[in-house]
Design a protein around this ligand. Structure first.
Ligand code: NAG
Ligand code: NAG
Length: 458
């Protein structure tokens, strides 16, 4: 690659998100517009589900708890998607939204059936909610009819847009205070994300939107300042080699990289699939090509060892990250590092497509360690990362903002869906996000840009 084509950008923007306790959420404000969707019905179902949760919160997290909590979140998601449908700008988009809503319905119905089957204790609530859902289904059919004639009309679009913009401003001015799980590792509670701190387009330029970068989390002596970069140079899906730079500045300038090829012929079973990989103790950990296994690639010997995830683990785009309009291709497995080592975040059919976290013991060969099941539906999150044994998940708010909205504490098994910590984006999508316990920075790969953010702890 010619050095003269490399475009360098370094930006240092200190940012703080001032927040007070009086904020309202967009969704709540929209309810005032009396939209055609039967919100009351949704609220009823939500209330029923909440009651159900209330009666079991004293118990430990069981399969049933997860099911119910996941159900509640999915109904919320459905509500959000209906709001999206209402502001759809074109027939095509409205049709797509409707299809997604239909699929969500089918999933909620499926969960309710499972809930009904799981135990007779919760039989009553399950049946009630299912009956309400049936009513809602009828209302949806009505909505669908209505949509073809009304929803896309200009006046409504404008009205919605105006309200949304107004509400967005309000939200910016008065977001509620961020809440987070109690901190560990002497770090305190995570309260904010500042940045972008460093930002640069990769030496590969804008051709490749998917990639990953960072430092070795457990470097050999003398290798502490080394950075690695992997760009998925084949269809935004596969990567064949690891590029290493001796310092951050040589990476930013694209100087003197050393390339280490996974294999002499590609693609092979050991090719890197998807962008969510990490480097730990001189080995790269990633989802191996076309399998539900994790590869450990020894940077010195180029030897590869693998560890298989459970047989019902989603791979090859079964449970990728995403949001309503987009899914991030081949992001079924997300490797993460924190103070205690390496984890893999994925989803299984037996956990209903919800996120499962497994520790990876970095022995040779690697082995799966402790596993935790969550109620976070994987394809509604855009990315995850771990800090001090706590999993955080992000979602897409708009082109400028990504939000940390979810946490799961592997020590207490406490799960939260109410975090509101915003991340200011350089580009629309964040394909890779990982925490470096050495410098407390988040490393992001965002549409061909490499970006860092500083995590602020209380
Ligand atoms: C729930 O299960 C019971 C039997 O266990 C069945 O009679 C009932 O129809 C089920 N309800 C729904 C909504 O599937
Ligand atoms: C990589 O290979 C070197 C040399 O054989 C060995 O010392 C090291 O432990 C290996 N690393 C991993 C993670 O297997």
């Amino acid at each position: 690659m010619s050095q003269s084509h490399i475009f360098i950008l370094m930006i240092v923007i200190p940012l703080s998100f001032s927040q007070s306790a009086t904020g309202k959420e967009c969704v709540c404000d929209l309810k005032n517009l009396d939209p055609p969707f039967p919100k009351d019905e949704l609220t009823k179902v939500e209330t029923a589900v909440l009651k159900c949760i209330g009666s079991i919160t004293s118990e430990k997290m069981t399969d049933l708890d997860r099911l119910v909590l996941g159900l509640q979140q999915r109904i919320k998601q459905l509500e959000d998607d209906v709001v999206m449908l209402e502001k759809a700008k074109s027939n095509l988009y409205a049709a797509v939204s409707l299809r997604i809503i239909e699929l969500e319905f089918a999933e909620i119905q499926d969960l309710l059936n499972k809930l009904n089957r799981t135990t007779s204790d919760y039989h009553h609530q399950g049946v009630q909610a299912a009956a309400q859902l049936d009513d809602m289904k009828g209302a949806m059919v009505e909505l669908e009819k209505f949509d073809k004639m009304q929803v896309i009309k200009k006046y409504r679009e404008n009205q919605m847009k105006k309200t949304l913009e107004q509400c967005k401003d309000e939200l910016k001015a008065s977001s509620p205070p961020p809440t987070a799980s109690p901190g560990r590792c002497g770090l305190g509670q995570m309260v904010n994300v500042a940045g972008p701190r460093t930002s640069s387009i990769t030496p590969y330029s804008t051709s490749y939107a998917y990639g990953a970068w960072g430092r070795d989390m457990k470097p050999a002596p003398g290798e502490e300042n080394k950075y690695w970069l992997v760009v998925l140079t084949s269809s935004n899906v596969y990567g064949y080699y690891v590029r290493q730079y001796s310092t951050l500045s040589t990476l930013l300038l694209g100087l003197g990289p050393k390339d280490t090829y996974i294999s002499n012929s590609n693609p092979t079973t050991n090719t890197i699939q998807g962008p969510n990989m990490v480097m730990y103790a001189n080995a790269l950990y990633y989802n191996c090509y076309y399998t539900s296994s994790i590869c450990q690639f020894n940077m010195t010997t180029r030897a590869i060892s693998t560890v298989a995830l459970p047989s019902d683990t989603g791979y090859n785009n079964k449970f990728p990250f995403g949001h309503l309009a987009t899914s991030y291709s081949y992001t079924d497995m997300d490797l993460a590092t924190d103070e205690s080592g390496v984890y893999v975040i994925y989803a299984t059919t037996s956990n209903f497509g919800n996120v499962v976290i497994s520790k990876i013991e970095t022995s040779n060969p690697p082995v799966l360690g402790q596993t935790w099941k969550t109620s976070l539906y994987k394809i509604t999150a855009t990315n995850t990362f771990m800090v001090c044994g706590v999993l955080y998940a992000t979602r897409y708010l708009d082109k400028e903002t990504e939000q940390i909205f979810y946490s799961y504490d592997t020590k207490t098994k406490e799960e939260r869906f109410d975090l509101k910590i915003n991340i200011k984006k350089m580009q629309t999508n964040i394909e890779f996000l990982n925490y470096d316990p050495r410098d407390h920075l988040l490393y992001a790969f965002s549409d061909a840009y490499i970006v860092t953010y500083e995590l602020i702890f209380q």
